[in-house]
Design a protein around this ligand. Structure first.
Ligand SMILES: [Zn+2]
Ligand SMILES: [Zn+2]
Length: 271
């Protein structure tokens, strides 16, 4: 009986691992192909750093991401147990909740995740926590899409527990939850892509509330600022956005970092 239970748990764990692995591989592969193959010329002109990630950087990012997927699978297993106890509020039929909630729940879960990420991220930059929680992610000075889950165990747990917490708090349709997971992983890999995807006018219009690859790449270069994930507003409210973020964005889309002779070790905030 006990063995059967353990076997069942192990199968569930493997199933969670495989599902998250599939999403990670899909998003990181698509993003890597965009950067290095499909739009290679365009992306090369929009590089954010003259330094290039080495194979050992990508290997390290991938290895730590596998460790994180193990953490995610373990938290996924806990979430399954919570669901069995009736504490998880996922629902399957749209008519179980009003239309307005079916429409509003995806923006709500993203907005809450954005606040959760910003404050967890800032906390992990506290000198007492950085080494244990966040140092591994910052080993990537020139991140690649494979850095999306390159976390130490502590950071992996902090990132993973958002799922059971929000699923216990808010009723969410299964498809809304899946959409959120896909938005999250694709956005995550895009922020680490090393090339700017957004059009030139992005930072001068209303869409400037959304972060860009430049925004997060600057965080990897300089550490103390640009902590946000989806939106720029927490950094602006808290005064943690790098002063010359928009200037660096424009320089990147104008190809100023694409020539290795010009940028070198130039600090984006030094200008
Ligand atoms: Zn990062
Ligand atoms: Zn950080």
């Amino acid at each position: 009986m006990e063995l059967a239970f353990l076997w069942d748990m192990a199968q569930h764990w493997v199933s969670h691992f495989k599902t998250d692995l599939f999403r990670y591989l899909l998003a990181a592969t698509v993003m890597s192909l965009c950067v290095s193959l499909l739009f290679r010329g365009w992306m090369n002109r929009r590089r954010l750093q003259t330094r290039r990630a080495k194979w050992q950087d990508i290997r390290r990012e991938f290895s730590y991401s596998m460790l994180t997927l193990g953490v995610f699978a373990t938290v996924g297993l806990v979430t399954s147990v919570l669901r069995d106890w009736g504490l998880i509020k996922l629902y399957w039929h749209w008519n179980e909740f009003p239309l307005w909630w079916n429409l509003a729940s995806l923006p709500a879960v993203i907005l809450i995740h954005d606040a959760y990420f910003y404050w967890c991220h800032r906390a992990m930059h506290h000198p007492k926590l950085f080494k244990h929680f966040h140092r591994v992610h910052h080993l990537s000075r020139t991140p690649t899409p494979w850095a999306a889950y390159s976390f130490s165990i502590g950071e992996g747990v902090l990132m993973a527990i958002y799922s059971p917490l929000i699923l216990m708090l808010l009723p969410l349709h299964v498809l809304v939850w899946l959409a959120f997971i896909f938005v999250m992983i694709f956005r995550n890999t895009m922020l680490h892509a090393g090339c700017e995807f957004h059009p030139r006018g992005w930072v001068d219009g209303p869409l400037d509330i959304l972060t860009t690859t430049t925004h997060h790449d600057l965080h990897h270069q300089r550490f103390q600022g640009n902590y946000g994930f989806y939106f720029t507003w927490w950094d602006r409210w808290m005064g943690t956005e790098f002063k010359n973020y928009k200037q660096v964005f424009r320089q990147a889309v104008d190809g100023e970092f694409s020539d290795s002779a010009t940028a070198g070790e130039k600090s984006p905030a030094a200008t």
